[in-house]
Ligand binder design. Structure first.
Ligand SMILES: Cc1cc2nc3c(=O)[nH]c(=O)nc-3n(C[C@H](O)[C@H](O)[C@H](O)COP(=O)(O)O)c2cc1C
Length: 394
């Protein structure tokens, strides 16, 4: 079974990601991992931290001579900012006078809930782990999952649908357009429509001007996914459920939508469900000859992939660290004060989309391995080939 964990604090020495269950013989392209990490660091509205960190994946186990060997993979991501925090966050007892307190909890962040839970007098250790710096570790192992999925012909990318009030008018974006976004060297807001992207930029500009923050919606698209991943057979094996957990587990994601699930709930069935047809032409090139008139289901029916693109949207709340802070209480005196401010992003919708791609890729890779098995990629591909033939004969 594909499993992954992360460790590491925002200003600690290094992040650590751990991935086990990846079959042997998968070529691991270091430049691809680093490009994915770079993509997570981009976007208009990021804070000063992203100017310090230039993430690179340092693989220390599970990959030899450029290929996975079936053993657990461990990846280290150095925090360049650590040199500024060594004295205030030492592993050993160190000098308590050098500790950098977070004196008043930020509404919307983990500060208060975390301090209460772990019995900390203030929130430094809480934000160190709750921070979305952790998502870089997920992107590193997610990139390996993406390389595995590529072997099966599956690709996973994302684009931005909304930032604050600025929305993409036609949110049905063709795969070629999402792919073209991925090739850009300037990410800006990762939106497929330049006019909508300008409106999104104006929302971020306003937040920057006023010391505020802004959230939004991203969409992850998984392309060329075969029918048959996930199952309705048991509640926790449903693909939609697994994807919802995976994407919701990202910092600041407060809702997940599969396909057009939200608007579908407000519509009549006749306008929602994707009519089925059959094309003998498509049967030659695709997994099957079954076609759909639309993809409101987002590629999943009954908890199973149905052969259409999988569409997962994440709704991101605005960042909780505000330059013009909201009201809070001093942890020590209990007097009303403004919430703590520490260098922060203002808008992270494109970056969250990249982190969500990693979570979707890890989920699909897990489901694909459950379906096709294999201790080597060679074995997985042989089993996948057999399944494709079965689909062709259906
Ligand atoms: C890519 C990314 C970057 C983030 N950067 C910040 C940040 O700079 N400042 C901040 O207050 N929150 C940031 N967040 C959000 C917080 O990590 C998150 O709100 C916090 O951990 C509390 O968790 P919750 O929002 O899921 O309840 C970021 C989230 C993501 C996905």
């Amino acid at each position: 079974m594909l499993r992954y964990f992360t460790a590491g604090e925002s200003h600690g020495e290094t992040l650590v990601a751990f991935l086990s269950g990846m079959p042997a013989g998968l070529a691991v392209d270091q430049s691809f991992l680093d490009r994915e990490l770079w993509r997570r660091q981009q976007g208009f509205g990021r804070g000063g931290r992203m100017k310090i960190e230039k993430d690179t994946a340092h693989i220390v186990s599970g990959v030899r001579q450029g290929k996975t060997i079936g053993s657990p993979i461990a990846v280290l991501l150095e925090n360049k900012d650590w040199k500024n925090w060594q004295e205030s966050l030492p592993v050993e007892p160190g000098d308590p006078g050098k500790h950098k307190r977070v004196a008043s909890p930020r509404p919307g962040h983990a500060d208060l809930a975390g301090a209460l839970k772990y019995n900390f007098p203030e929130a430094r250790y809480v934000l160190e782990r709750a921070s979305a710096r952790e998502s870089a570790a997920r992107v590193a192992v997610g990139a390996i999952a993406k390389l595995f999925l590529r072997e099966l012909g599956i690709e996973v990318l994302s684009h931005v649908i909304a930032v604050g009030q600025a929305c993409l008018e036609n949110a049905e974006v063709a795969w070629e357009k999402v792919k073209a976004l991925h090739d850009r060297d300037e990410v800006l807001l990762n939106c497929a429509d330049p006019a909508a992207e300008e409106r999104m930029k104006a929302e971020v500009d306003q937040a920057l001007r006023t010391g505020d923050s802004v959230g939004g919606v991203f969409e992850v698209v998984a392309h060329h996914v075969p029918p048959g991943l996930g199952t309705y057979a048991q509640w926790d094996e449903r693909l939609d459920g697994m994807l919802a957990v995976a994407v919701m587990s990202l910092q600041a994601v407060k809702a997940v939508e599969i396909g057009s699930g939200v608007s579908s709930a407000l519509s009549f069935g006749s306008t929602v469900h994707d009519e089925i047809a059959y094309s003998r032409e498509q049967a030659k090139g695709g997994f099957t000859g079954f076609t759909r008139a639309s993809n409101h289901a987002g590629g999943i029916e009954g908890g199973i992939s149905n052969g259409e693109d999988i569409l997962v949207r994440g709704y991101l709340k605005p960042i909780s660290t505000l330059r013009r802070p909201l009201g809070s209480v001093d942890f020590e005196t209990r007097e009303p004060v403004k919430a703590a401010y520490e260098r922060s992003d203002v808008c992270v919708v494109p970056a969250a989309g990249v982190a969500a791609e990693a979570m979707v890729a890890l989920t699909l890779a897990r489901c694909a391995l459950e379906k096709f098995g294999g201790d080597s990629v060679h074995e997985t591909l042989r089993n996948f080939e057999g399944y494709k033939q079965q689909l062709q004969k259906f």
